[in-house]
Write a protein that binds this ligand. Structure first.
Ligand code: COA
Length: 367
């Protein structure tokens, strides 16, 4: 009898040089650097360069890289606007998945060189925030704002969403969340991207599949569910009772648990710090008070720790985003990690094709 490793738990499917999770020390390293060291010291764009090229850029190369990204931010022409307008009432993840597929289907002939893959990666990295921001505005019956090539990735994105550029501190907090969400080894969406790439299908197919995988509440969709849950709880006084009831009903509490981390998700302390800072800026303590009680109760009752989506939910809410936009925010960052993995997969490819243990009816015949 073959051994089935349900959910591929504990299975090592390939090698990677992009990132490493060390559960024993609750740490995450991008190309060898602890992510906690990168946050606050580097910009998101510098981290993307690191993920894609394997090393930090010298100042000249970094400048060139950023210039290219800014140039690739798409102009919102009539075709794109009509497309987004037709989906303005759809869930932003569905819209993003669809328009990224559309974006991959136009303008680029088939070419499989490494240079072309880097160009395409930049093209998707630059386009995703423009689409997410434009959809956010259309959904709220506001006029989309075109990208500004003079602004950094995060500053530009926030300005396209809110028209007014937030304070430098808020821009930096957002940029930190982009770094924290950028990459996380062979998670479900990254693995989906690698499976699709392993067939030698194009990048847009792999990214579209990855977006679909990220949408699920057990993965990236959890950050939206966290905020819906906190809004239902609504007051710190109700938080403990709410958790106890959910556990009694054997419900999964969103924003808690992780396949790999058992003590602490490496990204939580920094994301939590950002959320606390945002609560201070907004002078709104409620959500983080709810957070603290939920965390305490989950640890006491089940010894399960928060994952990155627990602080991300209230943080993005306090920044002014609609809840259904939280997972697309995850996407605009994670495109960087997905592209790094797609390129790594293709540099040393073998089709991913596991086995299954058949448990259906025994062999039979029509005769
Ligand atoms: N709430 C309540 N119980 C949880 C839990 C949660 N969020 N996460 C795990 N558990 C419990 C399970 O019920 C199970 O208990 P049991 O052994 O008594 O049946 C045990 O912990 C193991 O959980 P399991 O679902 O098998 O772990 P997994 O590795 O397959 O799943 C997650 C990992 C992340 C999918 C899971 O923890 C989860 O669903 N979390 C909520 C969604 C979420 O926040 N996702 C974002 C991940 S970054």
């Amino acid at each position: 009898m073959q051994t089935v490793r349900k959910g591929l738990e504990g299975v090592v499917v390939d090698e990677t040089k992009i990132s490493q999770i060390i559960p024993e020390t609750s740490s995450l390293l991008y190309r060898g650097y602890p992510v906690t060291e990168l946050v606050g010291r580097l910009s998101f764009e510098e981290v993307v360069y690191l993920l894609w090229y394997g090393d930090l850029a010298n100042p000249g190369d970094q400048k060139e890289f950023e210039k290219k990204e800014r140039k690739k931010r798409p102009y919102l022409d009539q075709n794109v606007l009509t497309f987004l307008q037709s989906m303005k009432d759809s869930h932003p993840m569905d819209t993003l998945r669809t328009i990224m597929s559309y974006w991959g289907a136009i303008g680029y002939p088939w070419d499989d060189s490494r240079e072309e893959r880097l160009e395409k990666s930049l093209r998707f990295l630059a386009a995703a925030p423009v689409f997410v921001a434009a959809h956010f505005r259309l959904k709220n019956r506001l006029k989309p704002i075109p990208p500004n090539p003079k602004m950094s990735f995060s500053e530009n994105f926030l300005t396209m969403c809110f028209e007014e550029t937030p304070s430098a501190e808020v821009v930096q907090l957002f940029d930190k969340t982009m770094i924290l969400y950028a990459e996380h080894s062979f998670n479900a969406s990254t693995f989906a991207a690698r499976v699709i790439s392993s067939t030698t299908a194009d990048m847009a197919s792999a990214l579209t599949g990855a977006i679909g995988a990220l949408k699920g509440p057990l993965h990236g969709g959890a950050n939206e569910r966290v905020m819906h849950m906190m809004k239902k709880v609504d007051s710190p006084r109700a938080a403990e009772k709410w958790i106890l009831k959910a556990l009694k009903n054997r419900e999964k509490v969103m924003g808690f648990g992780h396949r790999i981390y058992k003590e602490q998700d490496s990204r939580v302390p920094v994301m939590y710090e950002c959320a606390q800072r945002m609560a201070h800026i907004e002078q709104n303590k409620k959500w983080m008070e709810i957070y603290d009680i939920m965390e305490k109760t989950m640890r006491r009752e089940k010894n399960i720790c928060p994952n990155v989506d627990l602080p991300a939910g209230p943080l993005y809410y306090m920044m002014g985003f609609d809840i259904d936009m939280f997972t697309p925010l995850f996407v605009i960052s994670r495109v960087s990690g997905w592209c790094a993995h797609i390129m790594e997969q293709r540099d040393n490819n073998r089709i991913i094709r596991p086995l299954s243990a058949y448990t259906g009816v025994e062999s039979r015949s029509l005769n």
